[in-house]
Each structure stands twice: as C-alpha cells, then as structure tokens.
Ligand binder design. Sequence first.
Ligand code: TRP
Length: 451
Amino acid sequence: MAHRGNFGSKLGVVLAAAGSAVGLGNVWRFPTEVGNNGGAAFILIYLACVFFIGIPVMVSEFVIGRSTHANTITVFRKLAPHTWWRIGGIEGVFVAFFIFCYYIIVSGWTLHYTVASFANQLSADKDYKAYFQHFVSSPWEPVVYAVVFMLMVHIIIVRGVQNGIEKFSKLMMPMLLLIIGVLVVCSFSMSGFTEGVTFLLRPDFSKVTPSIVLSAVGQAFYSLSLAMGCLCTYASYFGPNTNLMKTAMSVSLIDTCVAVLCGFIIFPAVFSVPGVEANEGPGLVFITLPHVFNIAFHNVPIIGYLFSGLFYVLLLLSALTSAMSLHEPVTAYIHEEWHLSRKLAAWLVTVGCILLGVACSLSMGVWNGYQIGGMCLFDLFDFVSAKIILPLGGIIICLFVGWKLDRQLVYDEVTNNGTLRIRFFRLYLFLVRWVAPLAIAVIFYNELFNK
Ligand code: TRP
C-alpha cells in the first residue's frame, strides 16, 4: 500500500478533529435547532446526547481507524473479513460524499455572504428574504461560489495530511476561536442580550417530545462529525501515542462550547430586533441575521459592518475545516483502493462533487417551493442524513466495536497497549454496548411509530 500520511503533533490531531467537528452544524444548524425546539431544554438534552452517545461513538471510530490505519471501507474489511459489517464502511464513505455535495452549496452561500458583507452590500435595510431567495435560486451564482470554495478545499487536500489538513487546521482554528471571542464580547452590548441569554439558559421542559430528543441525537452526530467515516479516517493518521479518550473529550468539549457560544452570539442579536422570532429555521443565518445586524447596530454602522463581516468569516472558516474532513474519507478510499495517485483521487472527488452539487443547487432554483413530505428538498436531505442515516450508522459502529471486535483489541487501543491508565474504560464499554445503541434505537422507534 502507498505510504500513508500521519499527523505530526498532538495539537494538530485535536485541532484537525475539532476542525472537522466545528462547522456549519455549530454556527448554522445548532441555533436553528435550538430556536425551533424551545431553547435551553433542547441544549440540556443535547449535552446528555454528546456525553452518553456522542463521545462513546467518537472513541469507537478512533479505535477502528487507528487500529487498522486504513480508509473506512477497508477498516471494516480488515477487522471483519467477508461479513455484512462492511456495510458500515460503505455507508460511511457514500454518505460522506452525498452530504459533501450539499455541504459545499451552503458553504458557497457563506462565501458569497462573506464577500457581500465586506463589499458593503449587506448594510442597507433591504428585503433579505428576497435577496437570499434570489441568490439561492439563481442558476449560476451559487454554483460559482461553491466551485471556488471546493477548489480551496481541493488545494488543501492534495497537500496531504501533515502539510494540508494539519497545517491549515492549526492556522484556521485559532482564528476561528478568536473571532468567536470577539463576537461574544460584542454581543454583551446588545439590547437583547438578557432576553437572548434567558432563552438559552432557562429550560422549558413542557416542550420536550420524542421528536425533540431525536433532533438532539441527530444534531450531536452531525455536529461531532460522527458515523460517516470522517473521524475514523482522521484516526487512521493518528500516531501510536495519541490518547484516544482524551482526544475525543477535547474535541467534543471544543465543539459543544463553540455551538453554545454561537448561540450567545446569535440570540442576543435576534432578540434585539422587535418582531424577529428565534424560530426562523434555516434562513436564520442568511435572512434574519443580515437584517438584525443592520438594525441592532443602527447607530454605529461601522460596528455592524465589522460584526457581520467577522461573523461570515467565522462561518466560512468553520465550513472549510469541516469540508476538508468530508473530502478526505472519499479521497483516501479512492487513492488506496483504486490504486490511483492521491492527486487524481482528489480530483475525482472534487469534480464528482461539483457535478452533483450543481444539480442540487439548480434543483433548489427550479423546484423552490415544492414540498416532499412537508419538507422542501433541502430540508428533506438534511432530515434523511442527520435523523436517519447518521443515527443508524452510529448504531452499526457501537454494535461493531462493542460486540464484534475483540475486547482486548479495544482495550489495547484505548490504553495505547496498556501504557495509559484509563479510568473510564468499563463505563465506555458499557455505554457503547448498551446505552448508546439502545438509546438511539428507542428514540428512533418512538419517532417513527409513536406519532
Ligand atoms: N460536523 C460538521 C459540522 O458541524 C459537519 C460534518 C463534517 C459532518 N463531517 C461530518 C457531519 C461527518 C456528519 C458526519 O458542520
């Protein structure tokens, strides 16, 4: 097999994995879900999902990735040859590819909004809904931005693991965290700060339904980049000294903090403007916020200009590091299994994804407004991936690591061959064997059959 890359440092490992996790899911999807599902109660359920389901699944992905040092499809083939378990790997790589196709379209929007906001096009008080819909449904504009975005990802990916993914994660993640810090501090001064924070921190349990719990599980999987081979592929580049448990905890902590802090940026802004609701849905970031930024900083437009510019740079950086992690599993698979050079493999993924992405974007223009099962095409895609395929993929990974894999192998991986003292190993195994798969299954059953 061709020589495989490796991450060069512990910090690189954490930042690359955190870069994968922190993405549109934190800045765009999390606030939308919080807004739709009643605020603080959703956040508490989300935290429980991260701890009891997300972290064990993440450690499991790390275990299978690092123990085989292979791409996600080969991982299952190596660990359980000639069995149906390989569906776990195939599902991972294919779903990564399909999610990637729609991810680059939304990322293209963020690129457009970054450019537009620095070009001062978002500063007038105009109809941002019409602006957004006009942009999204235009036949070529979103495509051009998505292609430019994709080329940026491509350039990073062909540079390899250490020179590409690791180097850029180390550059972009600190920038991202800095921007979040600046924006949170700014949001203290907004008139809606108290109301926004109250919405985020005061739980209303009367709103909790099975469907909200499923949303929280789906959000946890989505936000932590689980069940699609991304973290499994990254783990295949981990060195022998990487502490899997600690890495998973740091990554989850960073991801969760970023999500909650983004809530602290967005909701005070939203509540600063009368008449704007918190449950605006996916349009929140692209329709509501430009409007809100204008009004909230009406007296000092320059701050509004900088705030909105920085906010969209934040969105863009987070999208970029996550997109890298969606590109990599497919590239690694094609490179290693089809015996093509890494460069050619990366080109195949880039071009294939652009073609499908274009189809997806065009369909939003032509079919805009058409509904399937009460959802527009875009929501449908999001629903199927986050609420059906990711949880199912999560169950497969838990069952595989908890029941199929040799317990000694799992122990050796988690403790780096017995050199680390891991206090939580038994708890971890219990969560992976019982709690996570059963919880996902029960929530799933409730959602599908108990309506
Ligand atoms: N976690 C990323 C986000 O929050 C998106 C993402 C990257 C992802 N890789 C993934 C989601 C794998 C699910 C599975 O935006």
